[in-house]
Design a protein around this ligand. Structure first.
Ligand code: CA
Ligand code: CA
Ligand code: CA
Length: 135
């Protein structure tokens, strides 16, 4: 039976834009999944981080093994800004789709930006994705 282990590690840098002094937050993230059969999606990571009292960045990734041992990673990154870090006011979102070949490592950057008037808040994810062929 084929077995792939998929590992994500990375970090996010969030900037809550302010008139006088921007608030900057950083955090690390990690996740992993074991994939034993083709076509069955598994959760890789579900991440959320608030910043500065008004901003929140989220990242969700799922992975699925293809029959040649490559792994497809799909997900979404989101940036919220509103009256609290729990706000539902979505300012930017990006759909993510990566292919990690068997036995390979890839690095990706995802940038989000609040483009509304008086926005300027940003989040930047840096992700390393590893597809280990374990058996
Ligand atoms: Ca702000
Ligand atoms: Ca703030
Ligand atoms: Ca807003």
């Amino acid at each position: 039976m084929a077995l792939n282990v998929v590992v994500v590690s990375g970090n996010v840098r969030i900037v809550d834009d302010e008139v006088f002094r921007d608030e900057v937050c950083t955090a690390t993230l990690s996740g992993s999944a074991q994939l034993t059969s083709e076509g069955q999606p598994s959760e890789l990571v579900e991440f959320s981080k608030g910043c500065g009292g008004e901003v929140r960045a989220e990242l969700d990734l799922n992975c699925v093994r293809l029959d040649n041992g490559d792994v497809k990673i799909n997900g979404e990154a989101r940036l919220y800004e509103g009256t609290s870090e729990n706000t539902g006011d979505l300012e930017d979102t990006k759909s993510l789709s990566y292919l990690v070949p068997k036995g390979r490592t890839i690095t990706k950057t995802v940038k989000l930006r609040n483009t509304e008037t008086f926005g300027g808040d940003t989040a930047k994810f840096t992700l390393t994705l590893v597809n280990i062929q374990a058996a």
